[in-house]
Design a protein around this ligand. Structure first.
Ligand SMILES: Cc1cc2nc3c(=O)[nH]c(=O)nc-3n(C[C@H](O)[C@H](O)[C@H](O)COP(=O)(O)OP(=O)(O)OC[C@H]3O[C@@H](n4cnc5c(N)ncnc54)[C@H](O)[C@@H]3O)c2cc1C
Length: 434
């Protein structure tokens, strides 16, 4: 029997499931197809799941601050309690060092004032009181660990930091995608796992469905590409990549999980930290660990890969991140026991996501999450459902970009900001910071 849906969503990560939830609420019959055995097993499961409210652009900040409110009222938002339990938002706050590299956060402070996001200014003495394990001296610019100047500080303290209390992390990102899957199923959404999309069907120059690797055809007039690091491959299948001004590709990244300095309860007393002086971001991890990611400093090589054929082993980068963090936490043990995550970011040309339609009627995309869109999944779901509904009802989003009302923070953003055809946004940090 022919299988028909209103919408096929390729991918069941945290953004794919959020889109399913929002479309199901609007009455669309959705089917998420994922090659993995369950929801959230793609880059979502590798995510550090940091929820922060600071971005370099106004729209980025506004979307993240709006997104924060959905994590804060997660259970209420889902309208359903998953039998596996609910993902938890640990609201420990986020501290960003003021450095030469980030222009002492002038931009971020201006955005926070504009959007009335609460923040505090912390002097080095206060940072040290909050985190007695820290060395607040200036080590930048970031260097490779093989550089003979590595580990030397200037003797000067950093200027200080800005602390955002409305930030933290989600304890189990994979579970959060499962929560959204269950919530969307409750509204009528369907899921098909262990199934790979191999072809996008087109009939009379419009999207008409997909073909799976086993040859099965599933029909729908709307298909949404939410394939994470495989997004470019799905766009190529649909033949829409060529006409896009902004493209996406898969970048290999590593995250280290290590022990904090002895005697310090990092899980309980620390918070999310962005430190462009050493090129690392970090957060507490369950089991009293420090989780260390890279802020993509200029001196590091970027390794773009084929998402179907790449080396999933850790490299020297793992140790580099550990050594960089040890500049800040001098008593941190230098482990040789490699623990953490090797994964892929789906990086766009300007590290800002693409939430858009395409040149093929009925084909949409929520891609290019560039290592920083986990936090925006719920609001991305709302934005995509609104975009799809309006475009399918005849609105020309390319000519007259849709405005999205951010109901929690009472602002409006121009969804054209996330267009596939924008010119590269020079305000972007061109890094995972977005
Ligand atoms: C190491 C790491 C750390 C991160 N840290 C943060 C953070 O702290 N904060 C933050 O906001 N963001 C972070 N991110 C980014 C965030 O995790 C992603 O933006 C988010 O998880 C993307 O969700 P998604 O649903 O778009 O994609 P994914 O979770 O990647 O899901 C895509 C799905 O598509 C499926 N798929 C692909 N191709 C096909 C096909 N042909 N057929 C069927 N299925 C297919 C895959 O199996 C996969 O399950 C991080 C990412 C990584 C990798």
């Amino acid at each position: 029997m022919e299988k028909n849906y209103d919408v096929i969503i390729i991918g069941a990560g945290v953004i794919g499931t959020a889109i399913a939830f929002e479309l199901s609420k609007k009455g669309y019959r959705t089917l998420n197809i994922d090659r993995n055995p369950s929801s959230g097993y793609g880059s979502t499961s590798a995510s550090c799941a940091i929820i922060r409210v600071h971005y370099s652009t106004f729209d980025g900040c506004a979307l993240a601050y709006e997104g924060y409110h959905y994590w804060k009222k997660w259970e209420e938002y889902l309208e359903y309690k998953d039998e596996n339990g609910l993902a938890k938002f640990i609201e420990c706050g986020c501290m960003i060092y003021q450095t030469h590299e980030n222009d002492y956060l002038k931009n971020i402070i201006a955005r926070a004032n504009e959007l009335q996001i609460p923040f505090e200014k912390w002097e080095p003495e206060l940072i040290q009181r909050k985190l007695p394990i820290v060395n607040t001296k200036q080590f930048g610019p970031v260097k490779l660990s093989t550089d003979k100047e590595f580990g030397k500080n200037s003797g000067e303290n950093l200027r200080g930091a800005i602390f955002f209390p409305t930030a933290g992390y989600i304890n189990d990102p994979q579970l959060s995608a499962h929560n959204l899957q269950r919530a969307s199923e409750k509204k009528g959404g369907h899921y098909l796992f262990n199934s790979s999309v191999e072809k996008i069907m087109i009939n009379k120059e419009k999207t008409s469905g997909v073909v799976l690797s086993n040859g099965e055809k599933i029909y729908a007039p709307i298909v949404v590409n939410v394939a994470g690091p495989h997004s470019m491959k799905i766009n190529q299948l649909a033949g829409v990549e060529e006409e896009m001004n902004i493209k996406t590709k898969a970048l290999k990244v590593e995250v280290a999980h290590v022990k904090p300095p002895k005697g310090f309860d990092y899980e309980k007393n620390a918070f999310v930290i962005s430190d462009s002086d050493i090129g690392c971001y970090s957060r507490p991890e369950i089991g009293n660990h420090v989780l260390i990611g890279s802020e993509d400093p200029k001196c590091d090589e970027r390794i773009f890969v084929d998402p179907d054929d790449w080396d999933q082993n850790f490299t020297e980068q793992w140790k580099t991140q550990l050594l960089r963090q040890a500049q800040r936490f001098p008593d941190m043990p230098i482990s040789t026991n490699i623990k953490g995550v090797v994964a892929l970011y789906d990086v766009s040309d300007d590290w800002i996501p693409i939430y858009d339609k395409s040149s093929l009627p009925g084909f949409y995309m929520a891609i290019g999450s560039s290592g920083n869109q986990y936090k925006n999944a719920p609001i991305a779901g709302i934005m995509m459902a609104d975009l799809i509904e309006k475009c399918e009802n005849g609105h020309d989003h390319d000519k007259d970009p849709i405005k999205l009302n951010l109901s929690n923070i009472k602002r409006e953003i121009n969804v054209g900001f996330y267009s596939r055809n924008r010119i590269i946004n020079k305000e972007s940090s061109m890094s995972v910071l977005g």
